[in-house]
Design a protein around this ligand. Structure first.
Ligand code: FES
Length: 75
């Protein structure tokens, strides 16, 4: 899970490039960079900078008391 403009966003854990640990990537602004080969994904749109045909799945996250609610965003 990452903070994007102050809002939590969850993504798929594996990178769509070669299944690297995307959840361990670094975020700069709205861009998430995969630690294996450095491909970058926009956390707002899901788009990959290196391959426009690749999208990551993103999820809205909300906290309701002790519950964390996750819903899938449309691609
Ligand atoms: S596995 Fe993520 S960039 Fe290659």
């Amino acid at each position: 899970m990452f903070l994007v403009n102050g809002s939590p966003v969850a993504t798929q854990a594996r990178c769509p490039h070669a299944q690297g640990p995307l959840h361990q990537g670094e975020v700069c602004g709205t861009v998430l960079t995969c630690p294996w080969h450095g491909w970058s994904f926009d956390l707002v749109t899901g788009e990959c900078e290196e391959d426009p045909d690749l999208l990551i799945k993103r999820y809205d996250v909300a906290v309701d008391g002790n519950d964390i609610l996750v819903s899938q965003l449309s691609a």
